[in-house]
Design a protein around this ligand. Structure first.
Ligand code: FEO
Length: 165
């Protein structure tokens, strides 16, 4: 049986992953409205990936005979002035999620829930990758600056992303 403290933390994380999915969907829609279809595609896949993370947690809670509690998802931001701002917020979101994942790992150790600790290791590795991807994109879009040709070139490249990681 899963302890209440762990269950609460996992349900909170489930909500955060759904929020991430929602936030990336809003970013994707924003880029679509700007005709930056490559960025829109990249963020749509990112949104799907976050939904996948949420489902992984939901399935794990069920496997441990815990109760899944779906909470209200906060509405994400929908307006940005520059593409750089959007990517900066995506990066910040990943850093936030990493901290939240690490907190659950810490809690699983103090509560001696080694199954949850083991489960969360996948997320630890995933966050290293996600932070790295977001940071790389942030560096590149900052390099592009106000150069429209550079932006369109980056948009074309992002449009080639095949799947969520
Ligand atoms: Fe599932 Fe990128 O946090």
């Amino acid at each position: 049986m899963i302890k209440d403290k762990i269950l609460k933390a996992l349900n909170k994380q489930l909500n955060e992953e759904l929020y991430s999915s929602y936030a990336y969907l809003a970013m994707s829609a924003h880029f679509s409205s700007q005709s930056l279809d490559g960025f829109a595609h990249w963020f749509r896949l990112q949104s799907q990936e976050e939904y996948g993370h949420a489902m992984k947690i939901l399935d794990y809670i069920n496997t441990r005979n815990g109760k899944v509690s779906l909470m209200k998802i906060d509405p994400p931001k929908t307006e940005w002035k520059k593409p750089q701002e959007v990517v900066q917020e995506a990066y910040d979101q990943e850093v936030f999620v990493s901290k939240s994942i690490n907190d659950i790992v810490g809690l699983s150790l103090t509560e001696k829930d080694y199954a949850t600790n083991n489960f969360m290791q996948w997320f630890v590795s995933e966050q290293v990758e996600e932070e790295s991807e977001a940071s790389k994109l942030l560096n590149r879009i900052n390099l592009v600056g106000d150069n429209k040709n550079g932006l369109l070139l980056l948009d074309k490249e992002l449009g080639m992303r095949a799947t969520g990681n």
